[in-house]
Design a protein around this ligand. Structure first.
Ligand SMILES: Cc1ncc(COP(=O)(O)O)c(C=O)c1O
Length: 456
């Protein structure tokens, strides 16, 4: 890294780019800031994958690669942990799994069998939820059509609708007037100042009272809840949002209105622990270097190190969310709590199995699956462990592990746990079930199949 930084300083100082003195000083200040983050490894994850080598190899031999491996036992174990570390710590909490994070039908069935509801955002997802025999559904998301609302009404015995806007309420009212015999249970989605780029969802918190009054006047609409969601939420953000909502209710809702609230839904956004990290390329120091290299038409900077994602444990999420709810909400009204976990439940459901097809100069390894398997160029900036099951090792070998698609962005990673790497080796990337399968696409290569571990 020192060498890289020296090169960087040289590029800035030697007038290649004709920076002004102020610009030079600013750039030097940035590069002199050491890269800091959580150092460590995901060795534990690697160990548990290696223990399952036989099962992975069985799939690779029987079905070939590339493919997804569905981990039924892993899903069940993870739900058990989620229940004991998180759900059991928050009184009257009801989880609704966010189908968008992975709609694989066997996963939905496994989740439903654990008495967890489903959170859907389209007719397509509702169809899957019904196929999985969900008994409790919330239907959320902006831009719902009259047809969406009519379908929701047909399943009003199991759906709670999260209304997204005043306009949606106008359309909903028309649909409800034409179906006077149906009573629909609903919540309203709000956003606060803290929601920032998530403001396209819901109504501003400042207009909740107005919305409440209009909705409660519709005779077959039972508005009884308030929903909020923001992905990539830090624990501080959950606390701040809950506090803002509590303060608003205290100042604006009458005692009668407070009694009408049956649930508060704080959404999803819980990040799984010990699954991923990020490369040094995510730092602005290296980003600037890369753009200087680009200008000079130098080869791209290859990540030299990675840092682990700093995450909150389930226990801490539960403790702090529970405390915020008790302090700001349950101190003034009594209601159920809903949540919409996505990635925290789907991430361990799928592993990706690949094979080494070719080795080029500069330690470039071509694998037999491309990033169409996951639908986006996630791994050029995010670190996930790659594990060689044919030649397993406890240390990581550096290289460029890339897919076979006709684009240089088709990257799987820069490190591989291996003793050595040979053509034909089987590699696994564990715990890649969230926002991958759902975004998969047939680009150059077709969609890979999902295979299950054989039952023991
Ligand atoms: C309304 C809603 N709820 C829940 C989730 C799940 O979020 P996560 O996967 O971060 O838990 C999402 C994802 O964007 C969402 O839009």
């Amino acid at each position: 890294m020192q060498l890289v930084l020296r090169h960087y300083t040289f590029l800035i100082m030697n007038d290649t780019f004709q920076f002004s003195d102020t610009e030079k000083n600013e750039l030097l200040k940035i590069i002199e800031t050491p890269l800091s983050g959580l150092k460590g490894s995901l060795d534990q994850v690697v160990e548990s994958v290696i223990q399952q080598t036989k099962s992975f190899m069985q799939i690779a031999n029987q079905h070939g690669t590339s493919c997804y491996v569905y981990d039924h036992a892993g899903v069940k174990e993870n739900i058990k942990l989620f229940k004991s570390e998180f759900l059991s710590k928050i009184k009257n909490i009801h989880p609704y799994y966010a189908v968008k994070s992975n709609p694989y039908i066997e996963l939905l069935k496994d989740i439903v069998s654990e008495d967890i509801g489903l959170d859907v955002s389209s007719q397509y997802e509702l169809g899957l939820a019904l196929e999985a025999k969900a008994k409790k559904i919330i239907y959320t998301g902006p831009g719902k059509s009259k047809e969406d609302l009519e379908l929701i009404l047909q399943h009003s015995n199991i759906i709670t609708l999260m209304i997204d806007s005043f306009q949606e309420l106008v359309v909903l009212k028309e649909v409800l007037i034409s179906n006077p015999h149906i009573m629909l249970r609903a919540g309203v989605r709000i956003y606060t100042e803290i929601h920032k780029e998530w403001k396209k969802f819901g109504i501003p918190l400042s207009r909740l009272g107005e919305f409440w009054e209009i909705s409660r006047s519709i005779s077959n609409l039972h508005l009884c809840g308030i929903q909020s969601h923001r992905s990539n939420s830090t624990i501080d953000l959950y606390e701040e949002i809950i506090e803002s909502l509590g303060n608003y209710l205290e100042q604006n809702f009458s005692e009668i209105q407070k009694k009408q609230i049956q649930f508060i839904d704080f959404g999803g956004g819980l990040h799984p622990q010990n699954v991923d990290g990020y490369y040094d390329t995510a730092f602005s120091q290296i980003e600037i270097l890369n753009s200087l290299y680009n200008e000079l038409e130098y080869p791209q900077y290859i990540p030299k190190e990675y840092f682990l994602m700093e995450t909150t444990s389930l226990k801490e999420y539960a403790e702090r969310i529970n405390r915020a709810i008790a302090t700001h909400i349950l101190s003034q009204l009594s209601c159920d709590i809903y949540c919409e976990p996505g990635r925290i439940l789907s991430n361990p459901s799928l592993h990706i199995l690949l094979k080494v097809m070719d080795k080029k100069d500069d330690d470039i390894y071509i694998l037999d699956g491309g990033n169409n398997i996951i639908g986006w160029d996630k791994y050029s900036s995010e670190y996930v462990p790659i594990i060689n099951l044919t030649h397993p090792g406890t240390k990581e070998i550096r290289g460029q592990f890339v897919g076979s698609l006709c684009t240089p962005d088709d990257i799987w990673g820069y490190f591989c746990y291996a003793e050595n790497i040979e053509i034909g080796d089987i590699l696994v990337i564990p715990n890649q079930g969230a926002y991958t399968y759902t975004l998969r696409q047939s680009f150059i290569r077709g969609l890979p199949n999902v295979h299950h571990f054989e039952c023991k």
